[in-house]
Design a protein around this ligand. Sequence first.
Ligand code: MF3
Ligand code: CO
Length: 238
Amino acid sequence: MRKAGLITGGALVAAGKAIHAGMSTKELDKVIHNFITAHGAKPSFLGYSGYPASACISVNDTVIHGIPSAHEKLKDGDIVSVDVGAYIDGFHGDSAYTFKVGEVDPKTQALLDATEESLYMAISMAKPGVRIGDLSAAIQEYNESRGFGVVREYVGHGVGRELHEEPEVPNFGRSGHGVRLIPGMVIAIEPMITLGKPSVKVLSDGWTVKTRDASLAAHFEHTIAITSDGAIILTKPE
Ligand code: MF3
Ligand code: CO
């Protein structure tokens, strides 16, 4: 699964290098598609439940599942969440990163920092015996204590031969509850955090998820493998 994860992480690095003001989200999707296929993998999302692109590209108040468009141009000060999956040799990788287009204001930076830090905190906690609820509660507390909203409707998940497997990995919950981690498990942890209220809505395209209050949202995700002495980040780029 490291092979799928490396291509996934590499596609996000390529996306980060390509992002600039004036670029359309469709052009960005093309960069990602080309990276994945050039490395002999298939984009996990393309055709998944009819999804029409290789990456989900979610700008500003779009939380997740933004559909790339030739009409949507990135501009200075935007935040853009890029979610990528790659499939090779029978397994998937799944990872997301929220990039800045130029500079953002301090509140937005704090949102990006907290979301990413809460992901790495959960990864550092993940080892055999720890329960999913321990990770969920830690992510929730980290973000809510800073005044941010934790999206409830979408969660992390197991990853393997399918993109989405058991167990669910919520970003909210109670420590001491849920499945216990054991060596060999692979899960995607993916906090989706808002600058305002946590409520979201799905647009009429059936995919795009936006905050109801139009507040900005961040999304960071890694696929990790549980080993006897902790977690390996499978989607960490080289
Ligand atoms: N990357 C999403 C996740 O983290 C799934 C994308 S939905 C798709 O679970 F349809 F675009 F594949
Ligand atoms: Co995922």
